[in-house]
Ligand binder design. Structure first.
Ligand SMILES: Nc1ncnc2c1ncn2[C@@H]1O[C@H](COP(=O)(O)OP(=O)(O)OP(=O)(O)O)[C@@H](O)[C@H]1O
Length: 973
């Protein structure tokens, strides 16, 4: 019987095969009969040798037994059949680093040695296995480096002897540091010669302890173990070299016997006892290993055989020493050099066909006169093309510089605007202090100490420097503009010259082939020019995308600010239990709905996606540049971009109705303040396709084109020759910028004028017909700038005391010399807020009026600006509206008491909040695009606060796997 075992303890495979030995001649002579019969490939029947048909008492008690095996062979089976069925399949595993054991088990004389060792003519499993093993190694030796060693030993009476060198005596079993059992001092033979191995084995087998027994004349009284070790490692050098070791044990066990049958006595009997004990230990181990329920402990120590066969992990990782790294590196270097030599030896192949070499070939075929003519023409063409390219490149550089100057200018303008804002804030503070002091003094004293001392506030050095820089940048810009105009003119001329040469080709060159070659040359040049134009376009596009992304980020920031303001105001309403007009409530519901739907998030997402798409898209192929508009290639990119904007979903256009941006430090405040400047209008009318202009109270104040885009686009506009008449910078008309630089007028003054114009316009067109509207100019200011105010006046009421802030005492319109109509017009019902204010002191009201009258007389030459700050975020909001002051007279008109001031302050705050929302609004028509269906789902959100939005639940789905096994154990299944 042959058993084979493979794998480690977690994956045992045990195959049991049975071969029925033929009856020997001697046995036949003794009248023996065959009692084992193979029924099929797996079943064997063992007849009852004592069966006697005449024995009536045992007639119905047959002792016939059937046994099942993995494979069953009868006496006709050959050595090769047995080998193939039991052992051949193990070889692949062994050379891959697995262990395997094949052993022959059975009673003495059953044919174990014959099966394992065999004869010269009929070699058994040992030799056949080794033959196939060596063959397999040879087949894979290109990639792997193998080392095969072999040892042959016997275990006799629990003692180990080296069969290849018996003189060594008995050997010990030892376990090394890695837990591998080794036979200390055993002879290991490294050979791949099968014949040699056979001789060695035969020789070793003769050394084996054999004694004649009653059952077998050459009975083996020991276990013979042939151990074949295959070590392998990859031939590819690596830092961590993996060495795999596979072992194959082929064992010819001593025959199990019954003392009664062998009739052994004395020494033989003692041998038999050892044999049986070790076979029992082996049987126990096999049973334990083959127990599928998972036996935790396998007792290998009961016999030397089982200890030797103990299964251990057999993969060794060898960390190579640093010296070996050096050798690996050296190997790799030499490999690189070898490959480099190989590349060098290869014939150089032309990468692409060169137009000039083709031309040379063609020329060789033409006549000398034509050749000369062609040479001349070619030279002319090439020099023209070269010149064109030079000019084009120069233009690109200029445009780039131009853009940088504009960005730099924007930065300085922002610094100036910041200072104006700061100045206004200080003025406001100062006025408040003065006012407080004035209350504690009598009337006569007030006249002497209420002068305007702020005119002497020294300007910080950085602001002065900013003004100087702007002046220098303006000069630089002028210079660049002139250079650019000149270059454009040159480019035009050269381009025309090239065209004329191209047109002259047919009549100057008669050879069709040569004409073709020159045409090709022209084509190549055209492509080069196009390429340059594309690069220029790509640069512009990149810049626009960057600006756009920044704009979106700013919108998002601003949106979160609005959320916060709405939320806080809502809380005040809620806490004060104020009644909210129904239309305002509807708007609020619409706002909540939008939040729920994530509409604004989608807008942001669309923006980002569009920007990404633009970024990812390769530079679009531009159409051939017409000579007359070659310089407008960049504008073409802008157009493309514009059209891409247009293709965005409808919602995207709503961005135009969003509030104005809170500028970032690098953006241009001026471009914001002067958004209605001629320059901006020029851009609006340019070829750039943009969403509809944004109306604030009927006036076009801003286009959708982001401010930063305005800055960058301006350079492109200026690239056309006819742009020279316009302002030379991208932000402001030249004159205005010079004014800023010289500091004769502040930006604030300019903005105030514009604001007043808007105010006046609004008052006339929008507010007066609405009798409900307040006559307070302060309210008017806020309402006039907010479409929401027009639709929902309640929104524009003063905020609760919780939002009170300081109030400017200046009249914006009077400071700019323009009157505000309707100041004394009908007042809006004060509502609950005003009711609160009316509790004020009338005496104080009177005093306030009187003060106001005096102050108006002393009003400074220019208006005073205030810089109210919202609680958060400080800078952005404040900076955004440096000029949004409210005037003292408004307060007076509202009642002139302390309490009324309080109302006014609150109103200022509220109006500021709303200004942020309102400024870029598109008026009523566009504003409608902002509104979303109010609470379509009919869900009541009356008490719903933004902060109380239900948490979003994320469900995590684990696909198909249960972290716990069926058996409940927490391990990977
Ligand atoms: N399949 C076979 N075909 C022909 N002869 C066989 C076969 N099997 C065994 N024999 C012969 O039977 C005899 C006993 O065989 P063998 O020595 O191999 O038995 P064994 O199991 O090794 O006995 P022991 O355990 O006592 O060593 C040998 O002479 C051998 O040649």
């Amino acid at each position: 019987m042959i058993m084979k075992e493979t794998g480690d303890s977690k994956d045992q495979q045990l195959t049991v095969a049975l071969r029925i030995r033929p009856v020997s001649l001697a046995e036949l002579e003794e009248g023996a009969t065959l009692i084992a019969h193979k029924v099929d490939d797996q079943m064997v029947v063992l007849m009852d040798p004592m069966e006697d048909p005449d024995d009536v008492l045992r007639a119905n008690r047959s002792r016939e037994k059937s046994y099942m095996f993995d494979v069953a062979f009868d006496f006709a089976a050959t050595q090769d059949m047995v080998y193939r069925a039991t052992t051949k399949g193990l070889i692949e595993g062994v050379i891959s680093g697995y262990n395997a054991t094949v052993f022959a088990y059975g009673p003495t004389g059953c044919g174990k040695t014959y099966t394992m060792l065999g004869t010269d003519n009929e070699p058994g499993i040992y030799v056949r296995t080794l033959n196939d093993l060596f063959r397999a190694i040879e087949e894979t030796s290109d990639d792997m480096d193998y080392k095969v060693s072999m040892s042959y030993l016997e275990i006799y009476n629990e003692m180990i002897r080296d069969l290849l060198n018996p003189s060594l005596g008995y050997l010990d079993l030892r376990e090394d540091s890695k837990g591998i059992i080794q036979v200390a001092g055993i002879t290991e033979v490294s050979t791949i010669n099968a014949k040699e191995i056979m001789q060695l084995l035969m020789k070793g087998n003769k050394q084996r302890t054999q004694e004649p027994t009653a059952a077998n004349r050459t009975s083996s009284r020991s276990h013979a173990v042939l151990q074949v070790t295959v070590r392998q490692k990859s031939r590819v050098k690596n830092i961590m070299q993996e060495v795999r070791v596979g072992r194959l044990f082929m064992i010819d066990l001593a025959g199990s016997e019954r003392a009664s049958q062998t009739q052994n006595r004395g020494k033989r009997m003692k041998e038999g006892a050892h044999i049986n004990r070790s076979l029992l230990a082996l049987g126990n181990c096999i049973n334990a290993l083959s127990d599928r329920a998972g036996v935790k402990y396998v007792n290998y120590r009961d016999s030397k055989l089982t200890r030797l066969l103990k299964v251990k992990r057999n993969l060794l990782n060898v960390s190579y020493h640093i010296a070996q790294y050096t050798s690996i590196i050296a190997d790799l270097r030499s490999e690189i050099q070898r490959l480099q030599r190989k590349i060098e030896q290869q014939e150089p192949r032309p990468m692409r066909s060169d137009i000039r070499s083709i031309q040379a070939e063609v020329q060789l075929q033409g006549n000398p006169f034509e050749r000369q003519e062609m040479d001349q023409l070619r030279e002319q063409l090439i020099s023209t093309f070269r010149e064109q390219m030079d000019v084009r490149r120069h233009l690109m550089e200029l445009e780039n510089n131009y853009m940088e100057i504009q960005i730099e200018s924007s930065r300085h303008l922002l610094a100036i605007a910041d200072w104006e804002q700061e100045k206004a804030r200080r003025a406001q503070k100062w006025r408040e202090e003065q006012r407080k002091e004035s209350y504690s003094k009598d009337e006569s004293e007030k006249d002497s100490d209420t002068g305007d001392d702020l005119s002497d506030v020294p300007e910080p050095q950085e602001v002065t420097l900013a003004r100087e820089h702007i002046a220098a940048l303006l000069r630089e810009q002028d210079k660049l503009h002139k250079q650019k105009t000149e270059l454009e003119r040159r480019f035009w001329e050269v381009r025309q010259r090239g065209h004329r040469l191209e047109e002259a080709l047919p009549w100057r060159i008669s050879s069709e082939e040569q004409r073709e070659v020159l045409s090709l040359l022209c084509k190549v040049h055209e492509l080069e020019v196009e390429n340059t134009a594309m690069q220029s376009g790509a640069l512009l596009k990149d810049s626009l995308i960057r600006h756009q992304e920044r704009t979106v980020r700013r919108f998002e920031r601003h949106r979160s600010l609005c959320h916060r303001i709405i939320h806080e105001q809502r809380q005040i309403i809620h806490e004060s239990q104020l009644s909210v007009p129904s239309h305002l409530e509807e708007l609020y519901q619409a706002y909540l709905h939008e939040l729920d739907e994530g509409g604004l998030d989608r807008v942001g997402a669309i923006d980002r996606a569009a920007a990404r798409a633009l970024k990812d898209t390769s530079v679009p192929k531009l159409p051939p540049l017409p000579v007359e508009s070659i310089l407008d290639s960049d504008q073409e990119s802008v157009r493309t971009l514009g059209s891409e904007y247009q293709q965005l979903p409808r919602r995207d256009s709503r961005r135009g109705t969003l509030p104005p941006l809170v500028p970032e430090p690098d953006s241009s405040e001026a471009s914001q303040v002067f958004k209605a400047s001629p320059r901006a209008r020029q851009i609006k009318n340019s070829a750039v396709v943009t969403p509809p202009p944004i109306h604030v109270n009927g006036m076009i104040t801003q286009e959708y084109v982001p401010r930063e885009s305005l800055v960058s686009l301006s350079s492109q506009r200026n690239s056309s020759p006819d742009s020279s008449d316009h302002c030379s910078d991208g932000i402001l008309p030249h004159g205005e910028r010079k004014e800023i630089a010289s500091g004769t007028k502040s930006i604030a003054v300019k903005a105030a004028r514009r604001r007043s114009r808007v105010l006046e316009y609004d008052r006339r067109n929008l507010l007066e017909p609405t009798k409900e509207h307040s006559s307070l100019s302060l309210h008017s200011l806020s309402e006039s700038e907010d479409p929401l105010c027009r639709e929902t006046p309640a929104l524009c009421r003063p905020a609760s005391p919780g939002l009170q802030h300081a109030v400017s005492e200046d009249n914006l319109s009077s400071s700019t010399g323009e009157t505000v109509p309707g100041r004394n017009g009908p007042r809006r019902s004060p509502g609950p807020w005003l009711r609160v204010s009316k509790k004020g002191n009338k005496k104080l009201e009177k005093r306030e009026e009187s003060l106001e009258a005096k102050r108006r007389k002393r009003r400074s030459r220019s208006f005073e600006v205030t810089g109210h700050r919202l609680p958060c975020p400080k800078n952005n909001v404040a900076r955004r509206h440096p000029l949004e002051s409210s005037s003292e007279h408004k307060i007076t008109a509202a009642g002139g008491t302390h309490n009324t001031r309080g109302i006014g302050r609150a109103a200022v705050q509220l109006s500021r909040v709303r200004l942020l929302q309102a400024q870029p609004s598109s008026g009523p028509t566009e504003a409608s695009s902002l509104s979303v269906p109010s609470n379509q789902g009919g869900i009541s959100k009356k008490n719903f606060q933004p902060s109380q939005r239900p948490p979003r639940l994320n469900y995590i789905t684990v696909n198909g796997t249960n972290p716990h096994c069926k058996d409940g154990r927490n391990r990977r299944c």
